[in-house]
Design a protein around this ligand. Structure first.
Ligand code: PEP
Ligand code: MG
Length: 758
């Protein structure tokens, strides 16, 4: 390195000595800037620390006016230092004052310095501060010097993160590293969770960053990379790929990156500058994360994620902390654990002790993702798409998760915590009120019985039947068992689950929906088909009829489980009546088969169809001539009616289902069912909302199926409802063709006027 005294390795070794000295934090910082300035032959070296209020404070300097320390404070929007903090990238200038963002601070006396090199002080991709060197002469800083300064910044990052500098700060102006954060994500599962962070895949803590013996560290890094490559190759060769829970295409991408020259080069360079192998991996990972947070291109972000994952694997390899480490963590799961993860499979979530998990926070995870469905089933509040939360949260941090608003409060200030504690108490009171309704029959004020059933899909749902006093299970999503498994569940496993469900329900009816996979409901062990429009693609009954083996074995398991009782099953996504005929024929064939082999049979088998494809609305008489019952899947029916993807947050709520087009469709189904004397249920999310439930009751629905948490609120509404009065409000509006009817408002007004709680 040009002009440096002793090079970066010597500097790092000296820094280590300073770090070990028993001196005050300020003295330590002062010594560090002197060392760096001397080593880099710079007239100035300064450390700026990012504060809770997002300003940068000068914490130490060699070369600038000492009186400015703890006095000079600037916004991150200001000056070259602000630029480095914002962009999280080094900035090297030979003529700093010519830069448009240069801002002059007279108290520091820095106008005489022409050259400027600033690097961000990063930890897990987050900016904690800025380290700057300046020279009077106009000079170009070399790549090696920039690299060396970045390496040095790592040592400072550890010092800041350890909390050592907090004592130097004025109250309210502490370093930002531990600041309270209000993070906005997307609501995945309702509920409030207060507790402490548990990182699903804990970051490997690198404590030893400065190398004693550089050739040895180079060797360690190379060996770890070799092992990483080998382990990815082994996984890809393994026939049981599915068992590892990883997708082939992800591994293919990993393999590519594990051979990426640029990535290897960066880590080797970092080792050569004096870091240990793990220190080097961490440094490069931190840069990757910083870029990840600023990348808007989804493809690039995805690739940066892959690199981040690979770096984690390398760190585990280098520190000897393997994947098994997570298990220890789980055993020591604190009470009130809030799980924080990049993403999580449903199976991994179910691995945790449910009684201790209060909430789940994910960097990824869409509303209809499988882990979200499982979180809802478990009654765990969940928020997804919270950017960089695994980088911002540390194990043990206090955190509040608001699964209704999609908000996360990390390290919340006292008043926020108190406000939420009050919310929790309020909710508990409401829950107690709903619990008191558990045994009350669901009958409206004018004597109309409206049965409230549960939507379920996992063993963990079964206790909800008794807890909620539901009339039965109106929708059992059988695909969930398949989605959380690592291989196709055998018939015996399916049989076991279905029997358990029927046993738990006792006398109450259960409606099993046959597999609704395909589209976005992918099974990790089934090769996914690339489709342009998966929601309109090869899914549900389409897949079941094209690959009848799967449907047949499921139907067999269902029929056997139902031996000696009534069995209700229905098919998803029926678009044409001949699909229903073919599926029903499979049921008949299986019945014949079981009879022939002397198996016990159900007393009666009711076969129904879901109405969730609009084409079925125009074949209602035909389908009702064949099916024993219908169940409206409003999630899909509404998405197809309005051509608005239910999983796309931009459009999912764009159209109000409490409007003539959707309500007329629902009415058609209810009226056709009544004409044919066949029961009609509605089992989409719509029925779970009290005002919507009022509309459905007014349209003639006498059975609704909702999530467990919604039974109480919907029942409380229905108990106070006069259905015939609601009909008088709703029906004229449905037949109003002005195009201006505001049904939501009218129904809300009706509810308020008649004392119906919403
Ligand atoms: C629906 O579409 O409304 C439905 C109940 O099925 P799912 O949400 O599982 O697609
Ligand atoms: Mg559906």
């Amino acid at each position: 390195m040009r002009g440096a005294l002793g090079g970066p390795r010597v500097l790092l070794r000296r820094l280590r000595e300073v770090m070990a000295e028993q001196v005050s934090a300020q003295d330590r910082l002062d010594k560090i800037v002197v060392l760096i300035a001397a080593n880099m032959v710079a007239e100035v070296c300064s450390v700026y620390v990012l504060r809770v209020d997002q300003t940068l404070e000068l914490y130490a300097t060699e070369g600038l006016n000492r009186d400015a320390v703890h006095q000079t404070v600037m916004s991150v929007e200001e000056g070259l230092v602000g630029h480095v903090a914002r962009e999280a990238e080094p900035l090297a200038l030979s003529d700093a004052q010519a830069h448009p963002e240069f801002s002059y601070r007279p108290e520091t006396g820095e106008e005489v310095y022409n050259s400027f090199l600033g690097v961000p002080i990063l930890r897990a991709g987050n900016t904690l501060g800025v380290l700057v060197v300046q020279n009077r002469a106009r000079r170009t800083y070399t790549e090696e010097e920039i690299e060396a300064l970045q390496t040095t910044a790592m040592v400072l990052a550890e010092m800041i993160a350890s909390g050592e500098l907090t004592a130097l700060a004025r109250p309210g102006a502490e370093p930002a590293v531990r600041r309270p954060l209000h993070l906005q994500g997307v609501a995945l599962a309702d509920g409030l969770g207060l507790g402490h962070v548990v990182l699903h895949e804990p970051r490997v803590k690198v404590t030893n960053v400065i190398a004693d013996d550089v050739p040895r560290e180079t060797h360690r890094l190379d060996a770890a990379i070799g092992k990483l490559r080998h382990s990815i190759d082994m996984l890809l060769e393994d026939d049981g790929l599915a068992k590892s829970g990883e997708h082939r295409d992800i591994l293919e991408a990993y393999r590519m990156f594990a051979h990426d020259r640029g990535w290897m080069h960066k880590m080797r360079e970092a080792v050569l500058s004096g870091l240990t192998a793990e220190g080097a991996v961490e440094r490069v990972q931190s840069d990757t994360r910083a870029r990840m947070m600023r990348a808007s291109d989804p493809y690039l972000r995805e690739r940066l994620h892959d690199l981040d994952d690979l770096a984690n694997r390398l760190l585990r390899e280098l520190t000897g902390r393997g994947r098994g480490g997570g298990l220890l963590e789980r055993e020591a799961l604190p009470e009130n654990a809030i799980l924080v993860a990049r993403n999580m499979s449903p199976a991994a979530l179910l691995d945790y002790d449910r009684t201790r998990i209060r909430a789940l926070v994910l960097e990824e995870g869409g509303t209809t993702s499988h882990v979200a469905i499982v979180a809802r089933a478990l009654g765990i509040a969940a928020v997804g798409q919270v950017e960089n939360v695994t980088g911002l949260a540390d194990s043990g941090d206090p955190v509040i998760v608001d699964g209704q608003a999609g908000e996360v409060h990390l390290r919340p200030p006292g008043d926020v915590e108190e406000a939420y504690a009050e919310k929790v108490r309020f909710r508990a009171r409401r829950q107690a009120q709903y619990a008191a309704l558990r045994t009350r029959p669901s009958v409206t004020k004018d004597g109309v019985h409206i049965n409230l059933h549960l939507n379920a899909g996992l063993l963990v749902d079964l206790p909800h039947i008794a807890e909620t006093g539901a009339a039965g299970i109106g929708l059992f999503r059988t695909e969930l068992q398949f989605m959380i498994a690592s291989a196709f569940p055998r018939i015996s496993e399916q049989l076991k689950l279905y029997r358990a469900v029927l046993d738990a329900a006792g006398e109450r009816p259960v409606t099993f929906r046959t597999l609704d996979i395909g589209g976005d409901k992918v099974l990790p062990y089934m090769r996914a088909v690339e489709e342009e429009n998966p929601a309109l693609g090869w899914r549900a009954i389409r897949l079941g009829l094209d690959r009848p083996g799967l449907l047949r074995s499921q139907v067999r398991a269902l029929l056997r489980a139902g031996a000696g009782r009534d069995l209700r099953l229905m098919f998803p996504m029926v678009a044409a009546v001949d699909e229903f005929d073919s599926a029903r024929a499979i049921v008949e064939r299986e019945l014949t088969h079981l009879r022939k082999h002397g198996h016990g049979l159900p007393e009666r088998v009711y076969v129904g169809a879901m109405v969730e494809v609009p084409s079925l609305l125009f074949q209602l008489d035909e389908i009702l001539a064949r099916a024993d019952f219908l169940s409206v899947g409003s999630n899909d029916l509404v998405q197809f009616l309005f051509a608005a993807d239910r999983a796309n947050v931009r459009v999912a709520d764009r159209f109000d289902p409490l409007s003539p087009p959707a309500l007329r469709a629902f009415r058609m189904v209810a009226e056709a069912g009544a004409r044919h004397g066949k029961p009609v249920t509605l089992c989409g999310e719509l029925a779970a909302r009290p005002l919507e439930a009022v509309a459905l009751a007014a349209l003639g629905y006498r059975a609704l199926s909702v999530s467990p948490a919604s039974i109480g609120p919907v029942k409380a509404t229905l108990l106070e409802l006069d259905v015939s009065a609601a009909r008088k409000v709703l029906l004229p509006l449905l037949d109003d063709h002005s195009g201006t009817a505001d049904i939501r408002r009218a129904l809300r007004g009706f509810a308020e006027a008649t004392g119906v709680p919403l």
